[in-house]
Ligand binder design. Structure first.
Ligand SMILES: Cc1cc2nc3c(=O)[nH]c(=O)nc-3n(C[C@H](O)[C@H](O)[C@H](O)COP(=O)(O)OP(=O)(O)OC[C@H]3O[C@@H](n4cnc5c(N)ncnc54)[C@H](O)[C@@H]3O)c2cc1C
Length: 442
């Protein structure tokens, strides 16, 4: 247990803009049994707790509120087993995502979950937030990778739902209660993950486009020509792309000319040799039909990694842009281009020096918007304006980062009253004393 000055600043907040504070104490259990005992005591004494994973969350769910004890999963790490025949992995919740990715590759297997925070976020946090990332277009969100899990309830009860079977319709699928519930219904302690065969060839390209409609047409055509091998379609508006290149002085644009839109494409194939021909001919067709303006294919792993560094440059931007509204938005693909134009026009009209950087996982209907003025300002009115615009366009106020505390008041813009009522019923049934991540989500 860490108390007083031993509670380091890293436990005061997550990566979001939620205002943090020192928790009353930090408890770092080493086992499910210890965590269960801690929760039973907190339940008995009506002590509120906040659950902390890798603290990379962007919705403020892991940021302590005054009087809360933080429960960190950082000592519950490690891989219990990797089973190559069934292609499953069992891991403790506090294991960093990247450790799991590397371990799968060592067994010639592949964990299809990846995001910029891979080195710091925990698999428990990924499951609790139902994280998305760059593989969703092919493999779905974290939910679709989880076969089973173990969780500790608010009163200390341990729920063992460590299913390893693909098919199991024996009663309610209880793991779904915990996936994406952002630590409000239970503390995830172990997970069973479904792995995939390791692809034998990887192909990465960076492409330039002059208009949004051509980007969408290219997406649809590549889905047909590359089928399930299309594992990444990451769109960047020009100002995001150039801002990242300005920030990372060791990166240069791989394309000779400037474009209105940039797309990072990833294609994976189960055949080592035929893949590159298939990828090149799909790109060539788009260039020939003038749907795409330019494309460059990475010639080495290093080059591909540099392309991805441009896409992942958001991590550095978050640290240097000053106060900003950081939104992840889900909208029908057909509306994203218009939404982006209207969003930029309205915010620039209402705020001096406003800059809106846009990028995202277009194949999953999901874009991220960073809106900032470059000086100290209250971002809440900007958040509110964006949230209401999402409601106006019929989208979801969060595609993957979750609700946490930052989006709680906007939940009715994306969920019906009956859905929110049922969420409250579940919460009060599973945590009747409201001690587990109170005030988050609902
Ligand atoms: C640079 C960067 C890039 C990112 N890219 C993406 C992206 O592409 N896609 C995406 O979806 N997200 C992204 N994120 C957001 C973040 O990384 C994810 O939400 C991640 O899943 C959070 O994991 P964590 O371990 O850091 O959780 P934390 O931040 O510690 O916690 C997040 C929430 O989950 C709860 N929680 C944590 N662990 C547990 C547990 N074991 N049991 C129950 N509840 C728990 C917390 O209480 C909190 O409510 C990004 C963040 C950064 C900083």
């Amino acid at each position: 247990m860490l108390l007083d000055e031993r509670v380091g600043e890293r436990y005061h907040s997550d990566w979001s803009s939620a205002i943090g504070c020192a928790p009353s104490a930090v408890l770092r259990p080493k086992s499910t049994q210890q965590l269960s005992e801690v929760m039973a005591l907190c339940h008995e004494h009506h002590q509120p707790v906040v659950i902390q994973g890798g603290l990379t969350g962007l919705a403020g769910g892991a940021t302590p509120v005054l009087g809360e004890i933080a429960i960190s999963l950082e000592r519950m790490t490690g891989i219990e087993d990797i089973e190559p025949t069934g292609m499953t992995m069992v891991a403790h919740a506090g294991t960093p995502l990247q450790v799991l990715q590397d371990a799968a590759l060592e067994h010639n297997l592949f964990l299809p979950l990846d995001l910029g925070a891979r080195g710091s976020c925990h698999i428990g946090g990924n499951v609790a937030t139902n994280a998305g990332g760059t593989e969703v277009i092919r493999y779905g969100m974290t939910r679709s990778l989880v076969l089973g899990l173990e969780a500790v309830l608010a009163d200390g009860t341990v729920v063992n739902a460590m299913n390893r079977l693909i098919k199991n319709n024996s009663g309610y699928d209880l793991k779904q209660l915990f996936i994406g519930s952002e630590g409000t219904l239970g503390v995830i302690t172990r997970v069973v993950l479904k792995l995939q065969p390791k692809p034998l060839s990887y192909h990465t390209a960076l492409c330039g486009f002059s208009d949004y409609d051509s980007v969408v047409e290219a997406l649809n055509r590549l889905k047909s020509s590359l089928g399930s091998g299309l594992t990444g379609f990451e769109l960047m508006w020009d100002n995001y792309y150039h801002r990242v290149l300005e920030t990372a002085s060791d990166l240069a644009s791989p394309l000779q000319q400037s474009h209105r839109f940039y797309v990072l494409l990833e294609f994976r194939d189960s055949q080592a040799s035929a893949g590159s021909e298939r990828f090149e001919s799909a790109l060539f067709e788009l260039l020939e039909d003038e749907k795409m303006d330019d494309a460059v294919i990475a010639q080495s792993h290093q080059e591909a990694a540099n392309f991805w560094r441009i896409r992942d440059g958001v991590a550095e931007l978050l640290q240097c842009l000053g106060p900003l509204s950081n939104q992840d938005i889900s909208l029908p693909i057909s509306k994203i281009g218009e939404f982006a134009d209207v969003l930029q026009a309205r915010l620039k009209r209402d705020y001096d020096n406003m800059e809106v950087l846009l990028f995202g996982h277009l194949g999953d209907n999901n874009i991220h918007a960073l809106a900032y003025t470059g000086r100290q300002c209250d971002v809440e009115p900007i958040n509110s304006q964006i949230m209401h615009m999402i409601g106006e366009f019929g989208g979801a106020i969060t595609a993957e980062h979750g609700v946490g505390v930052l989006k709680k008041k906007y939940l009715p813009l994306s969920r019906s009253a009956s859905e929110i009522d049922l969420m409250k019923t579940l919460k009060s049934a599973m945590d009747p004393r409201n001690i587990l991540n109170p005030g988050r989500v609902i």
